[in-house]
Ligand binder design. Structure first.
Ligand code: SF4
Length: 397
């Protein structure tokens, strides 16, 4: 049964409550659901029901196409002036012996290490420290741009931008223009966490607030540039906080259309100040992907990071609204393993990632950062390779 048929079967199910039927009808008619309906989905939507709705939308937008890209990460430092309670990655400055602070030369050497390799993107994000300022990042971007002009620079979140612009006494429009002129291509989605102050002030109170996060993305979009957005879910927030978070993103996207991808990030409780908070189940992960797909009707893509939620859950997520799967290569990021993710040494070859997508009946496409197709792997036959190629991971900021 195709996704359209499944949706119509569900709508005609006599056992379905009227409120869930109304939402399913809206999805079938390509209508936007309201804030209250988003909360109803979280409170009353069972996994099977949500999967039918989300998969219908996913297949309307992308069919079976499932995207991935090749990138590598640079994490300038794991020290941070902030102290987010969920952060397993940052070490406070007083615990400096556990940290690293890469120099400009060290970071540039990391870029050169990938010379000749088929990566299309460098993803730069890490902790916040005073020496990594506007001048530092401008120079780093310029050096990368000069060295490898075609490499897409996706770097820093509003957490860093807010900090470095404030320190340089420049406003957001001026700052973002400076970054663009230095070579920045796009902004990753991190630092969003949960926007609502009721939660944000408990878990990440000192860094940029929701309005500042959104304003920086808006200024970036006004320059004709693209960015992503995340949501850290499954800790102390309630369902309506998640809907509030997505509502703010949906509202900005209506005005700018600058977001490409929404990335739900699962809270992990290892080695951080919220270790007492239990993690949510795999069922809740899948429900959350599905509701994101249903709610964010103006976002093209929903992404899952397999290294964060396990290969099996990532594979399942492709039937719950996800159309983009982020793999990893070598261990150039430590964000997830330090937070207690299943994959402590995440690495997956191209073939493994392609097989993971194909094994659930989807169609793997390698893309660049802006979702332009690089390789269609539908009928691709892999030769025996002596050395596996690896993919890349994300970063929470
Ligand atoms: S989440 Fe980001 S801003 Fe917060 S402490 Fe960790 S590295 Fe710093």
């Amino acid at each position: 049964m195709d996704s359209e048929h499944k949706l119509h079967t569900l709508i005609s199910d006599k056992n379905l409550s009227q409120e869930l039927k109304d939402i399913a009808l809206k999805v079938s008619n390509h209508q936007r659901i309201s804030f209250d309906e988003g909360v109803i989905l979280y409170e009353n939507g069972e996994l099977g029901y949500l999967g039918v709705l989300a998969n219908y939308i996913r297949e309307k937008k992308h069919g079976d196409r499932t995207y991935f890209n090749r990138n590598f990460h640079i994490e300038p430092t794991n020290l941070c002036v902030y102290d987010c309670k969920f952060c397993s990655y940052s070490r406070l400055i007083k615990q400096k012996e556990e940290g690293w602070e890469y120099t400009m030369d060290e970071m540039f050497d990391m870029v050169k290490k990938y010379d000749g390799q088929p990566v299309t993107e460098v993803h730069i994000v890490g902790g916040v420290l005073p020496q990594y300022d506007v001048a530092f990042y401008s120079e780093l971007f310029k050096k990368i741009r000069q060295h490898r002009p075609e490499l897409h620079i996706k770097a820093l979140t509003p957490v860093e931008y807010h900090y470095i612009f404030k320190k340089a006494k420049i406003d957001y429009p001026t700052g973002m223009k400076l970054m663009k002129d230095a070579g920045l291509d796009s902004i990753p989605g991190g630092g969003a966490e949960i926007f609502h102050p009721e939660i944000r002030e408990q878990i990440a109170k000192d860094k940029c607030n929701a309005e500042q996060w959104l304003q920086i993305h808006e200024e970036w979009h006004k320059l004709g540039q693209r960015s992503n957005a995340t949501m850290l879910y499954g800790h102390i927030e309630q369902f309506w906080h998640r809907v509030d978070h997505m509502e703010r993103l949906r509202e900005l996207q209506d005005r700018t259309a600058g977001f490409q991808t929404f990335i739900p990030l699962k809270f992990r409780n290892q080695d951080n100040q919220m270790s007492h908070v239990p993690e949510v189940s795999v069922i809740e992960d899948l429900r959350n992907y599905a509701i994101s797909r249903i709610y964010l009707d103006n976002f093209d893509h929903i992404k899952a990071y397999w290294a964060m939620i396990s290969r099996e859950t990532a594979q399942l997520s492709l039937n719950f609204g996800v159309d983009d799967i982020d793999g990893t290569l070598d261990d150039t990021t430590k964000i997830y393993s330090m937070a207690g993710a299943e994959e402590q040494n995440p690495a997956m070859s191209t073939k493994e990632l392609v097989d993971l997508i194909k094994n659930i009946g989807r169609h793997p496409i390698e893309r660049d950062t802006l979702y332009r197709e690089i390789t269609d792997y539908k009928d691709f036959v892999f030769e025996e390779v002596a050395k596996p190629q690896f993919y890349k991971l994300p970063v929470i900021n």
